[in-house]
Write a protein that binds this ligand. Structure first.
Ligand code: CU
Length: 130
């Protein structure tokens, strides 16, 4: 059998390597999706009743989060909301803040975090103060 022209061989090899590259890229997709920051534990817990007036808030996520590019808001049952100051991070997957002077009632912490994979996730933690 005659040898294949060199140009043809190069084309086959580059197509094969492209397919391998695409296959590897597809295998990586679920891994990237898993790196989203999902809230896995919080204090207050969702729908918890807490003694006031001061509450230390802690949120633990499934991946590292960038506290400087994340936000937390406290909303009250009368529809008002105020930004909370996120404290300097002691752990890369955890954000903390302090709530002070809360009177009894319904509240909610609305959070938005930036994970180190560049994706933003958000959620809400409703809770009661007794
Ligand atoms: Cu992600």
């Amino acid at each position: 059998m005659k040898n294949l022209p060199r140009r043809f061989v190069v084309r086959i090899v580059s197509r094969a390597s492209l397919m391998i590259f695409v296959a590897l890229a597809l295998m990586l997709v679920p891994r990237v999706a898993l790196a989203h920051a999902v809230l896995i534990q919080s204090s207050p817990a969702i729908d918890a009743t807490m003694p006031g007036p001061d509450i230390a808030v802690s949120m633990k996520f499934s991946s590292r989060v960038d506290g400087a590019r994340s936000t937390m808001l406290l909303s009250t049952s009368d529809g008002q909301s105020k930004p909370l100051t996120i404290e300097r991070q002691n752990a890369p997957d955890t954000l903390t803040t302090q709530l002070t002077h809360l009177s009894p009632g319904k509240y909610s912490i609305r959070w938005q975090v930036l994970a180190t994979d560049g994706h933003v996730t958000r959620g809400e933690i409703p809770f009661h103060v007794k």
